[in-house]
Design a protein. Structure first.
Length: 475
């Protein structure tokens, strides 16, 4: 039992109770008996002894006649809870309510407390014994003559533990009962807490085993103590990420099959046409070869995107930064895209600040980002549309914005276009490709400690803005 979390938890609660509660019980019994019960007995016996001494002072004849002394004790004994003994002013046992004292009648009692009482003071003595048979309390009260004030005798009241044993046992039974209830409540509470702690952990263990076996899991309820809730939240996050990875993998395979099938189909059609005699017509042959070349380039872009994504996911992706004059670097980097845009009949505008700062960047990687943004802008902007590239800065950041007048992106898709393998459902936007270009572009900008934002509306074009920090400590 104690090799389980529940057993250990219960044991951790019970051990202190099993040690502390009995010790507290013993201490409580001792305190109650010695500080409450015994002092009460002493006070009670002292009051009785003083009362008996006062009564005995009004009956001086009992000190002359033992028979009258016996009669006196018979009358007052019902008022006493212990043994009452009369002693003469010489210290002799004169009379007693205890028949066991009969052989001692007339004998001198050798007792230090008696000597004090004969001297005129009330004396109290307490004795304790492990067998519960010794005297517990002795009270000696002098009896004074009313006329002379001299001591004419002593009243002794004694209470034995045998007479209060029932009080002790009753008290101990109550204390033991209270402690037993406390232990039972402690056990119940420990069991309830152990079950409350164990239940979510058992669910988590079962869920992990199911996950390892490939079962589809739903998020677990995050309940229990804070540490368990944190663990369950971490598991739920892991489950969500694994589900996202599985969905991405499925989407990757679907996209890859589609893109490869489309490209290979186009290539096969071109080959069939060439084999069928199209190569004899120069113009048609050139068109077919150009189309096949475009399809091969598309395959190349697919493999490049997959390679780029793989290096980023496996952690082998690294930048090679160096100081770059942005104003001088941007214009030649944008020149090929100006030609591509103008070849499609697009108006291409550049507004690049002449005083852009020197930044520590990887120019090849940042050029890859611009290429992706400009390729999309040209692809999804109809002829006679426009593309504008602006670059400016302030003391903290450099902005590079690529804007087009193309089909635009719906608001609900703008948070998804950077997800791997996502291809928009809006007509005319992201109909082809693996859905990796913007994901890679965003990650490359983040690798430069920057940010890539989008602002767009259907039919009103799109704006992609690269923001790079001016003061970069490292890449």
């Amino acid at each position: 039992m104690f090799d389980t979390l529940r057993g250990r938890f219960i044991l951790s609660h019970l051990l202190p109770l099993l040690i502390i509660i009995p010790l507290m019980g013993i201490a409580l019994v001792y305190v109650v008996e010695t500080q409450v019960l015994v002092p009460n007995i002493v006070q009670q016996l002292s009051a009785q002894a003083v009362l008996f001494a006062e009564i005995a002072s009004d009956h001086p004849e009992i000190w002359n006649d033992p028979h009258q002394a016996e009669q006196f004790l018979v009358r007052i004994s019902p008022r006493s809870s212990g043994r009452v003994m009369l002693l003469s002013n010489l210290g002799r046992v004169w009379a007693s309510t205890d028949a066991a004292d009969a052989p001692r009648l007339g004998q001198v009692l050798d007792n230090a407390a008696l000597s004090g009482a004969l001297a005129g003071s009330m004396e109290t003595r307490q004795e304790f014994s492990a067998d519960f048979q010794a005297q517990v309390v002795d009270v000696f009260v002098p009896v004074l003559d009313r006329s002379s004030g001299t001591v004419i005798g002593v009243v002794r009241v004694t209470n034995r533990l045998a007479t209060v044993l029932d009080q002790f046992l009753s008290l101990r039974a109550v204390i033991i009962g209270v402690l037993a209830v406390a232990l039972a409540l402690g056990l119940s509470l420990a069991l309830a807490l152990a079950l409350n702690l164990e239940r979510p952990l058992e669910q988590l263990t079962h869920a992990v085993n199911e996950l390892a076996s490939g079962a589809k899991l739903e998020p677990l309820p995050e309940r229990g103590v804070r540490e368990v809730r944190v663990l369950l939240r971490a598991f739920n996050v892991l489950t969500q990420r694994l589900r996202a990875v599985e969905e991405s993998r499925t989407q990757l395979v679907a996209n890859l099959v589609h893109e490869l099938g489309t490209t290979l189909g186009a290539l096969n059609s071109g080959l069939q046409a060439l084999r069928g005699g199209a190569d004899e017509q120069v113009e048609l042959r050139h068109e077919l070869l150009k189309g096949m070349d475009d399809e091969v380039k598309q395959l190349r872009r697919l493999t490049d995107d997959l390679t780029q994504l793989s290096t980023q996911l496996t952690g082998t992706f690294r930048l090679q930064p160096r100081p770059i004059e942005l104003s001088e670097w941007l214009r030649p980097a944008l020149a090929p895209w100006r030609e591509a845009a103008e070849a499609k009949g697009l108006d291409f505008q550049m507004q690049i600040s002449e005083d852009l700062p020197v930044l520590e960047i990887d120019p090849e990687r940042l050029a890859q980002v611009l290429s992706n943004l400009l390729r999309n802008a040209i692809k999804y902007t109809p002829p006679s549309g426009s593309i504008a590239v602006n670059a400016w800065h302030d003391a903290q950041q450099v902005w590079i914005r690529v804007a087009d007048s193309g089909v635009g992106i719906p608001q609900e898709e703008q948070t998804q276009i950077f997800d791997p393998f996502y291809r928009g459902r809006f007509a005319g936007r992201f109909p082809k490709g693996m859905g990796l270009g913007l994901t890679i572009a965003r990650d490359l900008v983040r690798a430069h400690d920057g940010q890539l934002d989008v602002s767009s509306a259907p039919g009103k074009g799109s704006q992609f803005t690269i923001r790079l920090p001016v003061n970069k400590s490292k890449l």
